[in-house]
Design a protein around this ligand. Structure first.
Ligand code: SAH
Ligand code: DHB
Ligand code: MG
Length: 220
């Protein structure tokens, strides 16, 4: 079954975007020993299309890794657009900076190194908010805190996307002791009672097996 999901992803990528994808970053990440937990190509292009369709000029990302999703999102920006991406691991940030330069988007992207909660607090202090799109894809334990911070940094009507919210179905295991599942369930509990957002979650299969995104819009 998993094999079919990946094969269909290959078909989608081959038909719909062929060579037009930041594949060099994936290879550089592997060479640098980074874990292969980037979004899939089809998911990366979805992020790009979402950012494009809301004409985003300011994008915030939590969880950079080697910058694969960052490159997709940055490609959606018009001239003068900005993307800030937050990463705790300086080694990941260094690989990401190289990949972003290689992909020709370094001029639009700022990689901030440190725990995302601290960087989000700093961004709030700088009042450099009004992000149009926020993509959250770091440690799942803090997902509810990241969404809470994102709401304050986002403009009314902004799009917030959270990766990995299904986890092979683990999200509905109310007795789970897995900290990532507990963090994801805490996010769903928060969203169930969060008047500032309208949200759904979409399950996905593909190269990354069975997982899903939360997609939410900040109420005006
Ligand atoms: N968005 C990337 C994948 C991110 S993987 C892509 O799709 O290409 C998750 C990343 O979050 C890892 O690089 C990890 O180091 C980072 N991370 C984990 N905990 C963090 C924290 N507290 N603050 C910021 N980044 C964190
Ligand atoms: C993991 C993290 C991710 O962001 C992802 O997309 C897949 C897996 C992980 O930590 O296992
Ligand atoms: Mg992810």
């Amino acid at each position: 079954m998993d094999r079919d999901w990946a094969a269909v992803d290959d078909y989608i990528v081959e038909k719909l975007f062929g060579a037009d994808q930041p594949q060099a970053a994936i290879e550089a990440n592997a060479a640098a020993g980074l874990p292969a937990i980037d979004v899939s190509p089809a998911q990366g292009k979805l992020l790009y299309l979402l950012a494009k369709s809301c004409a985003a000029t300011r994008i915030l990302e939590v969880g950079t890794l080697g910058g694969y999703s960052t490159i997709w999102l940055a490609r959606a920006l018009p001239a003068g657009g900005r993307l800030v991406t937050l990463e705790i691991d300086p080694r990941h940030a260094e690989v990401a900076r190289r990949n972003l330069a290689e992909a020709g988007v370094a001029d639009r992207v700022e990689v901030r190194v440190g725990p995302a909660l601290d960087s989000l607090a700093a961004l709030a202090k700088e009042r450099s908010g009004a992000f149009d799109v926020v993509f959250i894809d770091a440690d799942k334990e803090h997902n509810a805190d990241y969404v809470d911070a994102a709401i304050d940094l986002a403009r009314p009507g902004a799009l917030i996307v959270v990766d990995n919210v299904v986890r092979n179905g683990g999200v509905i295991d109310s007795r789970s002791t897995d900290s990532k599942i507990l963090g994801t369930r805490r996010l769903f509990d928060m969203l169930a009672d969060e008047p500032r957002l309208e949200a759904t979650a979409i399950q996905t299969v593909g190269a990354k097996q069975w997982d899903g995104f939360i997609i939410a819009v900040v109420r005006p």
